[in-house]
Design a protein around this ligand. Structure first.
Ligand code: SF4
Length: 377
């Protein structure tokens, strides 16, 4: 049973975390552990079994038919196929007709055969982590992915005809010039995905320390300055190419937005299973242990009960990052009247049809603008 279970059932969105990667990237901030070590110790198979158990035990928190399933990591597609495919097929049985089932993949782990098998197993959306088309910049990120693997994965996606797939890029990579950023975006557009995510690189402490050792103290500042100078231009380019910015970092051909992510941003109930996964059902939230061993040992999740105000603040924070914005009637209680007046006056936000939305510049500066708009404790 889910922690504090017994409440209203019915989350229609499921996240499953598979925290294994062939190699750990230097900038990684996700719950990810070395696949080879866990394979050798037999823990990957145990882990899949434990996830199935957790899923079965949490069933009362789930609707019988799911709107979205998202298999993330880690690198789900790095798992041995004889384990991955039946696991995926079993999850897909819970998807409602027309539901969305996304699997995250990295280029060096996919080929045409696997992509066909995933589709046959019920996956209908792929999220491919390219991060950069430049081998040198990928090396800076500590991503050991040869160019041939990137090209091969994109060819395999094309040949297997995915109607929904996302290509993920990061910007603000140390050493990247404005031309590098533009070139990444152009090559992403040439690949023809239905969705592009363009994330600001997270500078984890360990990544910053590595950078300082290798490239000197100014590297991060320089990279951020380049990113800031050229970001607006690439957003324009994506929109001009028909990709609508529907969230600060996410662009989609209209009608091809990620339904799973939209559910998060609308703060719908969702269940997360696996190490580090978070679930929110009603006012209950629980977070599983981050480490694989702790998860396998059955350590209990950290559980908390949210209050209505916290949920409203979260809803406003997430919703204001999206194109659809938030209904004033829903979040009015957590808005700061003075901040709102200032942001409207400055043109960073606007009111339309009872909705509060950030404009283009407001989205670019969303972190500061949202902090000004909300009554935070
Ligand atoms: S592939 Fe993703 S999850 Fe795995 S180590 Fe790299 S950044 Fe982390």
């Amino acid at each position: 049973m889910a922690p504090g279970g017994g409440g209203a059932a019915g989350a229609r969105h499921l996240y499953v975390h598979l925290p294994f990667c062939g190699h750990r990237c230097a900038y990684c901030d996700f719950a990810s552990e070395p696949l080879a070590v866990h394979l050798a110790s037999g823990r990957v198979e145990l882990y899949l079994g434990r996830v199935r158990e957790e899923f079965a035990a949490a069933d009362e928190s789930l609707a019988p038919a799911l709107e979205t399933i998202y298999l993330g990591g880690g690198t789900p597609t790095a798992l041995p196929r004889e384990w991955l495919l039946p696991f995926v097929a079993a999850l897909a049985e819970r998807l409602q007709p027309g539901g969305e089932f996304t699997v995250e993949a990295n280029p060096e782990t996919v080929d045409r055969h696997l992509l066909e098998e995933l589709r046959a197993a019920g996956v209908n959306r792929l999220s491919l982590g390219i991060q950069s088309f430049s081998e040198e910049l990928r090396r800076t990120l500590g991503r050991r992915v040869p160019q041939a693997a990137v090209d091969g994965a994109l060819a395999a996606v094309r040949e297997t005809g995915w109607p929904e797939w996302s290509l993920d890029l990061v910007y603000g990579i140390p050493g990247a010039s404005g031309d590098d950023l533009r070139s990444d975006v152009e090559r992403a557009l040439d690949s023809g995905p239905s969705h592009i995510s363009l994330y600001d690189l997270t500078y984890t402490d360990s990544f910053v320390a590595r950078l300082r050792r290798r490239s000197g103290p100014q590297t991060r500042e320089l990279a951020e300055a380049v990113a800031e100078e050229h970001y607006a231009q690439v957003v324009d380019r994506l929109e001009e190419a028909g990709y609508r910015r529907y969230e600060v970092s996410n662009f989609a051909i209209p009608g091809h937005e990620s339904r799973h992510n939209q559910a998060y941003w609308r703060l719908r109930d969702y269940l997360g299973v696996g190490a580090a996964a978070v679930s929110t059902v009603g006012l209950r939230r629980w977070t599983n242990p981050r480490r694989v061993r702790a998860y396998l040992e059955g350590r209990p999740p950290e559980a908390e009960t949210l209050d209505e105000r916290t949920k409203l603040v979260e809803r406003a924070m997430l919703g204001l990052r999206t194109r659809e914005g938030v209904a004033m009637a829903e979040v009015g209680l957590v808005l700061d009247e003075n901040g709102l007046a200032r942001m409207l006056e400055a043109g960073f936000a606007r009111l339309e049809d009872g909705y509060l939305r950030l404009g283009r510049r407001g989205l670019d500066l969303s972190t500061s603008v949202i902090a000004d708009l909300l009554l935070l404790d």
